[in-house]
Design a protein around this ligand. Sequence first.
Ligand code: SF4
Length: 255
Amino acid sequence: MTAADVRTPEQGGVPLTTEPRAPREAAGHADPGAPAFAPDTDPLEVIAWALETSPDLLMPSAFNLNGVVLLDLAARAGYRGEVVFVDTGYHFPETLATRDRLAARYPQMTFVTLNAGASPEDGQTPPDLYAADPDACCAVRKVAPLQTYLRDKAPSALLNARSRDQASTRADIPFVETGGPRVKVNPLAHWTRERLEAYAAERGLPVNPLYFDGFLSVGCWTCTRAVRPGEDARAGRWAGKGKTECGLWAGENKL
Ligand code: SF4
């Protein structure tokens, strides 16, 4: 397509958005050494495989709907490792309360909070950096603490809750992903939001209450809004800032 092919709204074309979005991030590659799981493979089967092949598996979590469902599935599959959360200092109180409820529900796992006690005034970043340069803010407050922790723990694989229908940038996520310092196992890659919601309801899981106010993906209060009808689940994250990922799962410093 050339510029001459673009029709203006007056010419019947679709209005171009003025809201910048980051370019699509290349997904990690499917691990050719992993079993050929089918899209409808039970996530429990994927987790069981991961536990067998990577006993040092570690699970980072931000306790969104996907994360809460994955925690429950992991518990059922026999995961007894760590659940690692990064406190940026800007989390909603509801998110911290969700973490605490989950820690009480799954005492067989060890809940670790990195950067515990962080706050907007702690001096880690200048005030309002999140508005001026959210990539820099995420790099300091979110990515760096987890990278440092993982360097020390050196797990061979991470258990991750991303799913394809969360965002167009995640549409290609495989069950087992390479491309980065360690394997990422994504048991929920093919589960839809409806399926996640049904599972959470059936199991009575403590979903972050903000979810039911339209915060389908909850990050820092400074950088999250509720999504609007028809938007994908992550559209409320860094809306209007040309940013779609915090840097943990995409970009040069991805986990
Ligand atoms: S989501 Fe916003 S406030 Fe939170 S670490 Fe990233 S830029 Fe900073």
